[in-house]
Design a protein around this ligand. Structure first.
Ligand code: FAD
Length: 496
């Protein structure tokens, strides 16, 4: 065994990414590492990123978090999926839920049974076979002990960072307040030796984690990793975000509502609602976006609308030398499916699994970069799918329909369109049920399906499906409303 060469880890940046990396490393490897985080309150954080996906629960188990404590500290609510409104056509609505659809077999997934029944005249919807989707529609919620359910959270990003900071500091992490002015590198190896702060202080380290947001202070300004631009597929480049007062019970889902040049989000927290308008500046001016956002929020605005510019794409390499970039510093594909925080978590998890104790090894770096690339490309395809399969008339949408899309996505759409085949590949975050819900939701109706439902015979198939629907609606009917559950779960007095 070689000696431990990498002992000092320096995290640059204290947004969600920096504090997640800090909390995980300090808890899991704190005994072996000396960890410092540098952040600048003056620069601040991006202040958005409040909808998540269920993988967060596994990561929280790694952090040893208590769910109630976390939810109270971050004003969190439960999330069962995303309600997509007006996406394929104005007036459409479908929910991409976190649940499974019906029961699948080794030969084919459940939707083939549903398609067989539909071909024979059954009028049910695919969502009738998904517990999470039905619960979301009914605005109800209950935890697994009261019925199996797959869920995530909506949370206040600022409070979340504060919560993670307290835990990291309790684990022995050192935080330094200050602006990074320059980076000192070894002339021979190119490795970073230290971050030099405005104050002149040097923060030395063996491994540096770049969590400085879009600017990518280490990975781009220092290492010049380069950026692969994806804006020809995902051309939105601006978001206006505003917080507003809650006007009613919190929905257990995020709303993503399409408009003529993009979409807007609505994220319900316990104490307020997060709203944002995402748009392509070529198709909508900032002033129009501002007016539109304020015209569509329900409660009184609690903050001034904040403009965020971005460019979709990815850093060509996320690990270079002794620098690993996470989150916005590593790339960005639209917040539509709430995947960014998840990608921080998988990045940190992979880093902990392949931690270079004995020194940075080229093969490990190559593998880390390849995994990050494949993972992000699959997410990218899933996001493009929502834009590409549309029937909207506006120029922004017509261009999304007509644009050439990645070959990997062409194949997926063809497989589903021809014979309803969908799959989850090795690097895919999204499961078959997700691809199916979104493809059907975007009005892609397959021309054919597997005949396994036909083998069963019409009456038997109808009976099995009716029982499934009945079982789900019984479970949902027994659930409290999401707001009631939340109040009870967090032991707060019920909302008046
Ligand atoms: P930031 O929050 O920008 O933090 C950067 C940190 O670096 C700050 O602490 C800053 O002070 C520090 N820093 C920068 N330069 C210096 C310097 N010179 N010296 C010292 N410190 C410095 N993700 C989701 O999972 N769900 C969502 O719903 C979601 N919605 C989003 C909506 C929009 C419009 C956008 C743009 C992103 C969204 N994301 C979402 C992504 C999410 O916001 C980010 O993944 C998350 O906030 C992490 O950001 P970050 O920590 O990388 O960057």
């Amino acid at each position: 065994m070689t000696e431990q060469r990498v002992k000092k880890v320096v995290i640059a940046g204290g947004g969600t990414a920096g504090w997640l990396a800090a909390a995980a490393l300090s808890r899991q490897l704190g005994q072996l590492l000396d960890i410092t985080l540098v952040e600048s309150e003056e620069i601040g954080t991006i202040g958005v990123g409040e909808a998540t996906i269920p993988t967060m629960r596994s990561f929280h188990a790694i952090l040893g978090l208590d769910e109630r404590e976390f939810m109270r500290a971050t004003q969190a609510t439960f999330k069962l999926g995303i309600s997509f409104e007006n996406w394929a056509r104005d007036g459409d609505r479908y929910i991409h839920s976190f649940g499974d659809l019906g029961k699948s077999t080794w030969m084919g997934d459940f939707h083939h049974f549903w398609l067989a029944a539909k071909a024979a005249g059954d009028a049910s919807e695919i969502g009738d076979y998904c517990l999470e989707l039905q619960a979301a529609k009914a605005e109800r919620f209950a935890l697994p002990s009261e019925g199996e359910i797959n869920y995530a959270y909506h949370l206040d990003a600022g409070l979340y960072a504060r919560f993670l900071r307290a835990r990291s500091e309790a684990n022995g992490l050192k935080r330094i307040e200050g602006r990074i002015a320059s980076v000192d590198r070894d002339g021979e190896t190119g490795f970073i030796r230290a971050l030099v702060l405005d104050s002149g202080e040097r923060v030395e380290g063996d491994l540096f984690i770049d969590c400085t947001g879009f600017r990518g202070l280490l990975i781009e300004s220092t290492y010049a990793a380069g950026y692969e631009d994806w804006s020809h597929w995902l051309p939105t480049n601006s978001a206006l975000a505003v917080q507003s007062a809650a006007t009613g019970p919190a929905h257990p889902y995020t709303r993503a509502i399409a408009h003529d040049a993009g979409w807007r989000w609505r994220i319900p927290l316990q104490h307020r609602v997060g709203n944002g308008l995402v748009y392509a500046s070529e198709h909508l001016s900032d002033d129009e976006a501002h007016a539109r956002l304020l015209g569509t929020i329900d409660g009184a605005p609690l903050t001034e609308p904040r403009l965020i510019r971005f460019r979709t794409g990815r850093r060509r390499q996320v690990w270079m030398g002794n620098c690993v970039a996470l989150s916005l510093a590593s790339g960005f594909v639209e917040p539509l499916e709430s995947t960014s925080i998840h990608l921080v978590m998988t990045g940190v998890t992979r880093l902990m699994q392949a931690f270079p104790f004995g020194g940075v090894a080229p093969a490990a770096v190559t593998r880390f970069n390849e995994q990050a690339q494949a993972e992000l490309e699959r997410v990218r395809d899933f996001i493009i799918l929502h834009y590409h399969l549309n029937e909207r008339p506006e120029p922004f949408w017509a261009a999304r329909r007509d644009m050439p899309i990645p070959d990997t996505l062409v194949e997926r759409i063809a497989l589903f369109a021809e014979a309803a085949q969908a799959y989850q590949g090795g690097e895919d975050l999204f499961r078959v049920a997700s691809w199916v819900q979104v493809m059907l939701g975007q009005r892609l109706m397959p021309r054919d399906h597997h005949r396994l439902g036909t083998i069963m015979g019409g009456p038997q198939l109808a009976g099995v499906l009716a029982k499934m629907r009945g079982d789900i609606s019984d479970v949902v009917a027994a659930m409290p409303t999401h707001q009631k559950f939340l109040d009870r779960h967090l032991l707060r007095p019920p909302r008046a």
